[in-house]
Design a protein around this ligand. Sequence first.
Ligand code: SAH
Length: 370
Amino acid sequence: MKSVQEPVKTPRFNLLDYDRKGLEAFFVALGEKPFRATQVLKWLYQEDVSDFDEMTNLSKSLRAYLKENCYLATPEIVVEQIASDGTRKWALQTSCGNRIETVFIPEEGRGTLCVSSQIGCALACTFCSTAQQGFNRNLTTAEIIGQVIVAQNRLGDTKRITNVVMMGMGEPLLNFDNVVAAMNLMMDDFTFGLSKRRVTISTSGVVPAMYRLTQVCDVSLAVSLHAVRDELRDELVPINKKYPLKELMDACRDNAKIAPRRTVTFEYVMLDGINDSMDDARGLVKLLKNVPAKLNLIPFNPFPNNTYRCSSKEAINRFKVFLNDAGIVTTVRKTRGEDIDAACGQLVGQVEDKSRRHLKLKLVGSESAA
Ligand code: SAH
């Protein structure tokens, strides 16, 4: 008998690329009912079942279709570093061989995961080490939610991810759809169930995307301000040339109306002799007067080939006291994971290959109390 070669079909759809709405549309397009989305989310994220044959409440024909056309893939951990303060940094490898970094920061009563949204970054902020890599590509939804899945698996049952901040590599609002779908998944009751107060997106100020975000997703917003004058902000955060401070502050006011705590958090990196004078502090008070704002001062983390220095402890403290006295709730970000370069702006891949597979789709339940 003549042998006939079966055409080998590669599964086309990574089911981790879909949030609930996306999955509903996917099933409706197959002639199925939208509630299949909930059933599949439950199997994947709550029951830890990744074999389609085991999804017994789906019809046999649907299971067969999923088996043939769908797959589940997350990035894989290739390097793990654990700092003396318990902070963990992972280098994850995507299917095309690129590497991204994810950081877990344990604190009293909570665990925050810092998630990347792009490979590299196009925004060229002068004090940020990711900017030095240039831009490679957007991460897929599966690669973004995959960071949470892989990190929680690795942490096991003892340490729970209670908060996610989109503050890793990249500008999340320039990867809008994939980031929003991943954040929807983080907040879905049938997946991680994080509250919108515990999911934060940080942006350098992509103004049109900020308005769009306000319309579709009410997570917490953090804005990388770093300067109170356009001239200086143009230099530190070059996207300011396109969307200057006035436009940025209008977009922040718009977002504050729906923000979980009706507040926008402003991040302000403390650069010695650049943006840390009392004039800058007064400028901040003026700028933030009409925005419900919290301020987070970030000590600058130096990295090679960069001439900025971090403001002195005294300067940071003086700044903080002045702003608090002026009625703006101001905190100083603790630098964590210093011995493994896990701090802000340090997520530039210096990795070695120690491949280990941690792909099991074991997920967490809902968040602990706020
Ligand atoms: N692109 C997003 C997320 C980036 S990282 C944004 O700009 O908000 C999160 C924060 O770390 C931003 O506020 C960023 O400005 C800050 N950051 C970057 N490099 C830093 C460095 N070397 N030291 C301290 N903070 C830094």
